[in-house]
Design a protein around this ligand. Structure first.
Ligand SMILES: C[S@@+](CC[C@H](N)C(=O)[O-])C[C@H]1O[C@@H](n2cnc3c(N)ncnc32)[C@H](O)[C@@H]1O
Length: 343
């Protein structure tokens, strides 16, 4: 396959990198936040290069190479010649990644940042990340830009500086939710999650999965207020899993944080799956993740197990709930959200 054909397989930000690959130098490159097909396409286009991936999203496709790093932070020095960073949409997350990288690579390391205009690539040109030179523009195309900087001076990085704690009241006492940039609802409790928690049935207990755990607010609420015996907090994001592990650190209930795209790595024989499920892929609204999750959730529950799900009223899930389950009840609703129980 020709290089231009690989370029057509992948998203626009990665296509732009491939089209400008004469500017990108170095034998060993770290690729941060690649989209689903990006690593494969880059590796095929650049067979002579060693590519190291730092993924911020679990992938269910087992044919793909596992990420070299699936983590919120990198804690070890990186022996690489350059970095390609695909722009995430949250500015604070970009700042945290740049701060982490500035501590792990030597001065002089180049970094190429590629992103869509609607995820804020233009505003990065005006931001000064400590230790890094100002960005300069290299190329644009397909509503994306490729910009470049290099590390001027290695910095100190303390993950603690990037965590934030907020409190959520609950019947058994206040919960401390630990969170960080890039995690859903990083500043406060989500209004849909609040409706779900306020209407949690008193008989919830046993083996429970918190699907799409975010900062771990549902998990912490369950640990504090229910007879949960085994708690599984699952998310595709390593940032969310790290935040949840911190949120749950002081609870004695047996718990596990699981990195998984959908239910691929979920435990089976669950009594409950409780969720405020995702409806975005990047910036795009995407109902399919949750429709697929609902279809598969029955297989992860034991015979009398149940799914408890909150969603915006406009999201089209009732039909798929009724196809996958015998009985679907609305247990709470307000002008914006519905809480369903399906069994
Ligand atoms: C609406 S948020 C809910 C977070 C948290 N439970 C709360 O109520 O605040 C949905 C979560 O699903 C996660 N997510 C997105 N896509 C996913 C996928 N394919 N598989 C698993 N989790 C995913 C997101 O990272 C996010 O943390």
């Amino acid at each position: 396959m020709k290089r231009t054909e690989y370029a057509n397989m992948i998203d626009a930000a990665a296509q732009l990198v491939l089209r400008q690959d004469d500017i990108i130098v170095g034998n060993k490159l770290l690729v941060v936040n690649p989209a689903a097909d990006t690593m494969e396409a880059l590796q095929q286009a650049w067979p002579e290069r060693t590519l190291v991936s730092w993924s911020l999203h679990a992938r269910s496709n087992s044919a793909q190479q596992p990420a070299d790093y699936f983590a919120a932070h990198i804690h070890e020095p990186l022996a690489i010649d350059g970095i390609i960073l695909f722009l995430p949409k949250e500015k604070q997350l970009v700042a945290m990644l740049m701060a982490n990288l500035a501590a792990m690579v030597p001065a002089g390391t180049p970094l190429w940042l590629s992103g869509h205009k609607d995820t804020g690539i233009k505003s990065q040109l005006k931001i000064n990340h400590p230790g890094w030179a100002s960005f300069t523009k290299l190329a644009s195309g397909n509503h994306c830009q490729l910009i470049q900087t290099q590390l001027l001076e290695t910095q100190d990085f303390q993950p603690e500086d990037w965590y934030h704690i907020y409190r959520v009241p609950s019947p058994g006492g206040a919960l401390q939710i630990s969170t960080m940039p890039g995690v859903f609802s990083a500043e406060h409790l989500d209004a849909g999650t609040e409706l779900l928690l306020e209407n949690m049935p008193s008989y919830v207990g046993g083996r429970i999965l918190d699907f799409g755990c975010g900062a771990g607010v549902i998990s912490a609420w369950l640990a504090k207020n229910t007879k949960v015996t085994e708690l599984y907090a699952l998310d595709a994001s390593p940032l969310a899993l790290t935040a949840t592990a911190r949120t749950l650190a002081d609870f004695s209930v047996p718990h596990e944080c699981i990195g998984s795209d959908g239910l691929a790595q979920s435990p089976r024989s669950l009594d409950w799956i409780i969720t405020n499920p995702p409806f975005h892929t990047g910036k795009q609204i995407d109902y399919q993740i949750t429709r697929d999750f609902i279809k598969k959730s029955r297989q992860c529950l034991r015979k009398n197990g149940a799914l408890l799900l909150v969603a915006n009223r406009f999201l089209p899930y009732r039909d798929v709930l009724e196809t996958a389950f015998h009985k679907v009840d609305t247990i709470a609703e307000n002008s914006r959200f519905i809480v369903w129980r399906a069994m």
